[in-house]
Design a binder for this molecule. Sequence first.
Ligand code: ADP
Ligand code: TYD
Length: 202
Amino acid sequence: MTKPRFITFEGIDGSGKSTQSRLFADALRAQGTDVVLTREPGGSPGAEEIRQLVLTGDPDRWSAETEILLFTASRRDHLEKTISPALEAGKTVVSDRFADSTRVYQGATRGDLRGMVDRLHELMIGREPDLTFIIDMDPATALQRGLARKSGEDRFEDFGLPFQETLRHGFLALAHAQPDRCVLIDGNRTPDQIASEIAAYA
Ligand code: ADP
Ligand code: TYD
């Protein structure tokens, strides 16, 4: 049996993470791998409740510091209740977003809070994925795709295009800083083209 892997998908809003994490989980299952497909914020009942607090309402609802605490709390619950038990049971975990999202969204967009994000991560989470796909794409197109869904969870999309541009650069910097774990994927293609590139890692 191969070692269970913890694999994450990251990128700006509307970049195709949910679509690709689903297709990748399908590819893994097709080759007989036991997979838990999950997402953040959320992925456990408690973390899904926190999701509602952070994704709905006024863009100014939380300070950047409070937001870091809420995302870290939801991740801790997700790790305790879903990710760690699955890995211990020998399953592969595929998560749509994880700690890199906090590094970029909370760490690099409203002042430089990256140090605080990193300290809290070390204290409360202390685990990195084995493999991370960072889907890169044009923020204007991604924003259109994301808002077209009208999910009602658009608090971050509501910050607008310049915010998404900053996020894109944050994710690119992260991919370059951690090349042994991160794979940069060009998201400006059809879903099938992207999925077949990613399936090579199944
Ligand atoms: P994310 O999880 O990154 O927000 P989604 O996978 O939910 O992205 O995709 C956002 C929207 O764009 C969805 O309506 C989805 O069907 C569509 N979509 C996803 N990937 C592509 C693609 N490669 N080309 C065109 N549309 C896409
Ligand atoms: P998601 O449901 O993946 O949104 P989308 O499909 O639009 O990409 O994530 C919800 C939002 O939460 C997204 O705008 C990014 C934000 N987020 C953070 O700001 N910090 C985090 O740590 C996480 C996990 C998500």
